[in-house]
Every structure is written in C-alpha cells, then in structure tokens.
Design a protein around this ligand. Structure first.
Ligand SMILES: [Zn+2]
Length: 453
C-alpha cells in the first residue's frame, strides 16, 4: 500500500541538524493492543503506526487505526481496509504544514469515504461495512465514523470523550428524518399476530434470510422480539443509516462520516475502538474500569472477555485499545557522542523522528481536551465547503471527491441543485465531476434508489 510521500527518507544530515538544534521530541508514544472473538469473520482492523508524510524540510509521522465491522459478507470491510486511507490521503493537498494538514483532514475524510463507497459500489452490489478511522498526528486525534462501532477517549487528566456517532436508526432521530426525506422507509419488522399464514410464512423466510446475513436481526430473533425488533430502513432492513457499501439496500444509506477532532493534553490518555458487540454489553465507563492499569493488549482482551461474559458471543466482537503516552525525556543533557548513538537507536527503533510544529508547542499548555472540529451532516455541500482557510489550497479544477482533473467549466459546483436559492457563479467551488455529482444526487434522494447508470 503506497501512501503519499511515504517513501521519502529523512537524510542523516537533516536528522543531525535537528538533533544539534536541540529539537525536542514532543510527540506522544503510541502503544496499541487488539483482541477479537470472531463469529462470522467480518470484522477487520487496520494499524499503521508509522505513516510518513512530507512537510517543509522533511518528514513527519502520524498513526492510523481503523475498525471495519462488515455485514452481508466481508468484501466491503476488506475493500475499505485496503483503499480508504489512500483515498483520504490523496484528497489532501501536498506540502501543507502540520496545522494546515490537520485542518484539511475533516474534509479529506469526507472525500475519501465517499470515493471508497462509490468505487466499491461500482464493483459489488452486496455487502457493507461500518468504519471507524482514527488518525493521530501529534496530540491531535481525528476520528471519522459511519455505523455503530464506537470510539471513546479517556483523558489522563480526567473525562471521557465520545469521538464517534451512533448511526443506528433506533437511536438517531435526525438520521431517520434524513432517510424518509430521501425516499427510504423506516419501520420495525412486522410479524404481528393475526397475520395470514401465507404472509407469516413470507415474513419468516425474510427473517431467516436476514438473520443469516445481518448481525442486527439475529439479535432481534434471539430476544424473541419478532413483533418489534430495532428500527430498520426499508427496503433492505438494515439497522444502520450510514455505511460503506450496501448498494442493494439503498442510496440513502450514505458513507458521509461523522468527524470529530480533538487536541488532547500532553498528559495523554487511552482510546478504545470497539465494534457493537462490546458496546451492546458494556458502557464506556465499564469498559475503561475493567482494564485500568493493564497494558493495551491485556486491556483489549479483558474488555472482550467482559463483553462476552455479559452477552455471550452473538456477533464478531473486536476491541482496539490505544494508549497515548508522553514521551520519556532524557534526564541528562546528551553529550555529542551519546547524541549520535541515540540518533541511530531512534532510526532502528523507528521512533517518531521529529516534531517542530507550533501546534505541539502550544499543546504543552493547560491540561484540557480541546475540541477542534465536529460535524456530522450528510450534505456534501456542507461538508466539502469547509470554512478553514486551508480550503483555498484545495485545487479548484479537481473533483472534490475523486480528485479527477476537471477542465475549466466542466465541474459542477457542490452547491448546485434545485434547492439552491443562490445564483451560482462559475467559480463557486468546490466542484464535482459528473459521475460524483450523480452519486451526490443519489445520496440526497434526488433519484429513485437502485436506479444506476
Ligand atoms: Zn469525481
């Protein structure tokens, strides 16, 4: 998997220069652990702890963690694991400094999620996946999520932060409204008494089919809540309102992620990303409390164990624990000889090699978790038109979703549409290519679901 700018090495002279300039290593140490109990083999994880990107005079690193909880087969989860990160990174303009790069992430995540969904749907009709993608750059954590896996952060200085949104129809009224407006139906599975035998038979057949293919329904069946069950959208019967894939369900199931970005204090903290199997059984507090003091691997195993003890193995159950720790600082100033020795050690151990960004220095301040960004709207016109100054750097004549080059006048403004009351000028970007415009209209319910060209 090739990441943008990944292969550019820092020259030894640059490293020596930085060392002699006494640049402090201010990035956190990141340690992670994983535990998984598989039932269907549809949960997948992504760990990339040393992603490199070029900036200014050298290279810096960031970490990426992903959890993909697939349904109706593993193909959407596998495809997203293999392609999503590249699609996100390819949406970020090159040569940004750290602050600009971090500010560009929310928009790039939207573009990357939508492109991955569009590309996957062109290949496969069936299968979908939830996605929780975490990018850690310095002390800034950015989380993009679709579906009902959940990501929490427990700050070392106190406070639990929810970094993802639940896109379950049952608990998300706003999403129910969006789906009905886009032409989807919402309702519980109807197996009420007094039904004719033939229709009951049909409903049991549907039940059988769905329970074999979605984890959500099997839960309803086991609980004997055939009359009720969770709210689902129809056609399709999915309990989620957002995912990657699920072309067969309907285009009102959109891939536009909820994005939250926080800057944590330099005291660090612990993150937990888990699939719904864990959160159906444990509260955030219970998950954190059951593994306090344990290293990430043991902590993840303990959380999965606790979840299974409470609920049994009803679904794939995956837990990722990420500890974000302050780097240990050398106690004594290094002599030139030792300095070189330490430098080589850091090369071999692949430690975070440099950080000179202003944001890190600013972060040495008060022990608070600062919210930098939060947005969950499904409207691309809102999500791609960021207010950050960095938006001016996004290339004007490129599709904001798939990064295809556009000829002047060829792109369609993301603000275009029958509902637009403002007269658009030719340069009112960002722009979409015609193919991504079709995707946008389908997601907004402007054409019948399932009609594809
Ligand atoms: Zn496009």
């Amino acid at each position: 998997m090739s990441l943008k700018g990944q292969h550019r090495q820092v020259s030894l002279s640059v490293l020596l220069e930085r060392e002699s300039a006494n640049v402090k290593i201010e990035k956190p140490e990141i340690v992670h652990g994983l535990a998984n109990q598989s039932k269907k083999g549809e949960d997948f994880t992504l760990f990339k702890t040393e992603c490199q990107r070029t900036m200014g005079d050298g290279v810096t690193t960031f970490s990426v963690f992903g959890l993909f909880d697939g349904h109706n087969g593993p193909t959407a989860a596998i495809y997203s694991k293999e392609n999503l990160l590249n699609n996100v990174l390819n949406s970020i303009p090159p040569d940004l400094n750290t602050d600009e790069w971090v500010a560009a992430l929310p928009r790039a995540l939207v573009a990357g999620f939508v492109k991955t969904d569009k590309d996957f749907q062109e290949r496969e009709k069936i299968s979908g996946t939830t996605v929780t993608l975490v990018i850690i750059e310095g002390w800034v954590i950015t989380v993009a999520s679709v579906g009902d896996s959940r990501c929490i952060f427990d700050s070392a200085v106190g406070g639990i932060y929810y970094l993802s949104s639940d896109h379950r129809l049952e608990c998300n009224e706003e999403e129910r409204g969006r789906i009905t407006t886009s032409g989807g139906g919402i309702g519980r599975l109807n197996t009420g008494g007094g039904t004719e035998v033939s229709s009951l038979l049909v409903q049991f057949c549907i039940l059988f089919f769905l329970s074999a293919s979605t984890p959500f329904l099997s839960r309803a069946v086991k609980l004997n809540t055939l009359k009720i069950g969770p709210l689902r959208c129809w056609p399709g019967g999915l309990c989620l309102s957002r995912s990657i894939g699920d072309k067969d369900v309907g285009e009102f199931i959109v891939p536009v992620p909820y994005v939250k970005q926080i800057k944590i204090s330099s005291a660090g903290g612990r993150m937990i990303i888990s699939s719904d199997g864990v959160w159906d059984a444990l509260s955030a507090e219970a998950a954190l409390d059951c593994c306090r003091g344990m290293p990430p691997d043991a902590a993840a195993a303990q959380i999965v164990k606790e979840a299974l003890q409470a609920d049994g193995l009803r679904d794939d159950t995956t837990c990722v624990v990420i500890d974000i720790l302050p780097q240990e600082k050398p106690a004594v100033p290094l002599t030139p000889k030792k300095r070189i020795k330490r430098l080589f050690m850091s090369l071999f151990r692949k430690k975070h090699s440099e950080s000179s960004s202003r944001s890190d220095k600013k972060n040495m301040g008060p022990d608070v978790v600062e919210e930098l960004f939060e947005e969950g709207s499904a409207m691309l016109s809102k999500r791609l038109d960021t207010k950050y100054p960095v938006c001016n750097m996004f290339k004007l004549f490129m599709c904001a979703i798939c990064q295809l080059e556009l000829k002047p006048g060829e792109g369609i403004s993301v603000h275009a549409g029958p509902s637009s009351s403002v007269k658009l000028r030719q340069w009112d970007g960002p722009f979409l290519c015609s193919s991504c415009q079709v995707k946008k209209e389908a997601m907004e319910g402007k054409r019948p679901s399932g009609v594809n060209d």
